[in-house]
Write a protein that binds this ligand. Structure first.
Ligand SMILES: Cc1cc2nc3c(=O)[nH]c(=O)nc-3n(C[C@H](O)[C@H](O)[C@H](O)COP(=O)(O)O)c2cc1C
Length: 356
């Protein structure tokens, strides 16, 4: 049986309030990693286990002037005790003011985005642009660590270029600057999410530092998640796109590791494409049930549509579900159309071609 990542490196963080015994994480994703998806994913965690759940990136220029909880991006539920808000930014005064605001989210830790490759981030020297200037990136991490009451982590890419030695030096610098762990998505900036993630770099980064290294990139199934652990020795696995499509991947992983099922689900985890198709509808209903009362009408519809846009790619007829749902005038109609679609059994494929 495949094994759980080693928890050894996480152990030293317990004195700082980080309790992780199921190191499989939902990735930060703009428009997706809000309270509705986090709560949906959480409902599939093996009972009694602890993981961390990341928010999407939050602009450190915007946070200081807003009220936490007013937007879907910052809304939380009281049970969310192990939240890791992700900050996008690089200026001390904005980071300082943002950290004060984040207090209201009761975070377990704060993550710094050094992976975002969009033009806007590059222009402002945010996101992956920070990887082009290690001295500056070091200052950002040191400053954030000094200002933060919580542990600080960094999510990064391979970098602006495919240069392994540069990446390993950068990881060592992050550790020296006080990062409590790092998450590596091993693609260069210009790839965005195209091509494939170079998992070998995750193994090399793990050898280069002594803090936990979370591996990320191209995990589509529970077997992929466990293969990533096996191949790289990483201390955790972060799952993005596939966790939107099959948030029960956390249940499937737990089952393979011999952990208990999620609360209220004593049956085996969905284990074939048809069972996954049925579970998709259940997860969708749960997601809509959380989004509808928590977000304003337009915000809720937008996020439900975005969830289907990404998640339905693994359904054989996902484009049809997307077509029907995206043109629905309100969530009552959205639900009805989804229910009609799932009246006929639907099959999910284990893996799909991920182009974006
Ligand atoms: C729609 C979307 C939005 C994303 N937004 C963020 C973000 O806010 N912060 C971040 O660090 N990464 C972001 N990512 C990247 C993911 O966290 C992850 O690194 C990437 O999708 C690779 O993992 P995967 O193959 O499991 O999806 C985003 C990805 C997607 C698909």
């Amino acid at each position: 049986m495949a094994g759980l990542p080693s928890l050894e490196r996480w152990g030293s963080l317990t004195t700082r309030g980080i309790h992780v015994d199921f190191p499989f994480f939902l990735a930060p994703m703009v428009g997706l990693s809000h309270v509705a998806l986090r709560m949906t994913a959480r409902s599939y965690l093996p009972v009694g286990t602890q993981t961390l759940l990341f928010t999407e990136m939050l602009s450190s220029r915007r946070l200081p002037t807003e009220r936490i909880g007013d937007r879907p991006e910052t809304a939380t539920e009281p049970v969310e005790t192990n939240l890791v808000p992700q900050l996008l930014g690089n200026e001390e005064r904005f980071i300082d003011a943002s950290l004060r605001k984040l207090e209201a989210m009761r975070p377990a830790a704060v993550d710094i985005n050094m992976g975002c490759p969009v033009t806007q981030a590059l222009k402002h020297n945010w996101g992956v642009a920070l990887m082009g200037d290690p001295a500056y990136a070091e200052r950002v991490v040191r400053t954030t660590v000094q200002l933060s009451r919580w542990p600080v982590s960094v999510k990064l890419r391979t970098g602006l270029n495919d240069d392994l030695e540069y990446l390993l030096d950068f990881c060592r610098m992050l550790e020296d600057a006080g990062a409590s762990w790092i998450t590596l998505h091993p693609r260069v900036a210009s790839q965005h999410r195209r091509g494939s993630a170079n998992w070998d770099y995750i193994a090399r980064a793990r050898d280069a530092v002594s803090i936990p290294v979370i591996g990320n990139g191209d995990v589509q199934t529970a077997a992929d998640a466990l293969a990533l652990v096996e191949r790289t020795g990483c201390d955790g696995v972060m799952i993005g796109r596939a966790a939107v499509a099959r948030p029960w991947i956390f249940w499937q992983i737990g089952e393979q590791l011999g952990l208990p099922p999620p609360p209220g689900r004593p049956e085996p985890a969905p284990d074939d494409g048809w069972a996954e198709g049925r579970e998709f509808h259940r997860a969708f209903e749960r997601f809509v049930g959380i989004a509808e009362p928590r977000f304003e009408g337009r915000d809720a519809r937008k996020r439900v549509n975005f969830f289907v846009h990404w998640g339905a790619r693994w359904l054989d007829f996902g484009h049809e579900l997307w077509r029907r749902v995206s043109s629905a005038p309100d969530l009552t109609e959205t639900r009805a159309r989804a229910a009609a679609f799932f009246e006929k059994p639907q099959r999910m494929t284990a893996r799909t071609v991920l182009r974006t």
